[in-house]
Design a protein around this ligand. Structure first.
Ligand SMILES: O=C(CO)[C@H](O)[C@H](O)COP(=O)(O)O
Length: 253
């Protein structure tokens, strides 16, 4: 269950909303920027935060960096080399899960979100660390543009696998009714190698009727390091719309 609220200027602090629509429209990435920047305002002073990966989260990271310039005091755990580089560039002090195993809030993008706030992640092959960070956080906030919202999930599911187990995992996926495809690199010959040194298999299942059952079945296949289905962890989704407004979906407890 979730409830929904929508706003433009009034719902978010001045700095996010002021001229937000104009700036976002100019960038050509309106929804992602609106959602990412709105999430940056969810971060409290003195908190330890998790930073996801991807182009939408990048807007949040840059906006948190601007808040730090104005005095915000935070420490961040990153989920990938990409978020590490962006956080360093934005001037965000870093820490680790070993030093801070419990995070206050994590902000991350998604490839698709359904009406029950189930999420598919891993378009950037970072979902393993992203899932660890999400489950280590008191609050997990997902930031997406409105094209990512679906009544039922039908996006392919990224699965990080041990290279040694590639063929077994492909067989598991087929037995579960899916069509597996090894993700290939675009600027290198051969497969994508994750930040953890593994392969990624993208598995298409069409419309996923039972998200939790599929998530459990995929986890049970030997050689699966982690798959991109996130259930029962998302507390809030901030959806950036093409006009620069942001719609908020919260879980009801
Ligand atoms: O899961 C992810 C990385 O593994 C990303 O958060 C997801 O792919 C969304 O990316 P973007 O914000 O660039 O659309």
């Amino acid at each position: 269950m979730w409830y929904c609220s929508q706003g433009t200027g009034e719902d978010y602090p001045h700095e996010v909303s002021d001229n937000m629509q104009e700036r976002n429209a100019a960038s050509g990435n309106t929804g992602k920027q609106a959602a990412g920047e709105a999430a940056a305002w969810m971060v409290d002073d003195g908190s330890v935060i998790g930073l996801g990966t991807g182009s939408t989260t990048a807007y949040a990271i840059k906006a948190i960096g601007r808040r730090i310039d104005e005095g915000l005091d935070v420490l961040a755990v990153v989920t990938s080399y990409q978020s590490e580089m962006l956080a360093i560039e934005a001037g965000i002090p870093l820490t680790t899960l070993a030093e801070h195993p419990e995070l206050d809030i994590a902000i991350d993008g998604a490839d698709q979100v359904d009406a029950d706030l189930n999420v598919i992640k891993g378009g950037g092959a970072a979902h393993t660390r992203e899932k660890v960070v999400a489950f280590s956080s008191e609050q997990f906030v997902v930031v997406v543009d409105d094209s990512k919202m679906k009544e039922k999930l039908d996006h392919f599911v990224p699965i990080e696998v041990l290279p040694y187990a590639k063929d077994l995992v492909m067989r598991c996926v087929r037995e579960l009714g899916g069509e597996p495809q090894l993700r290939l690199a675009s600027r290198k010959d051969g497969p994508v190698i994750t930040d953890n040194g593994n392969f990624v298999i993208d598995a298409s299942f069409g419309v996923i009727e039972n998200v939790e059952a599929l998530a459990i079945s995929l986890s049970m296949c030997p050689g699966v390091v982690e798959h991109g289905i996130f259930t029962d962890v998302t507390d809030m989704v901030l959806i950036g719309n093409t006009d620069g407004s942001v719609t908020r979906l919260d879980t009801l407890i």
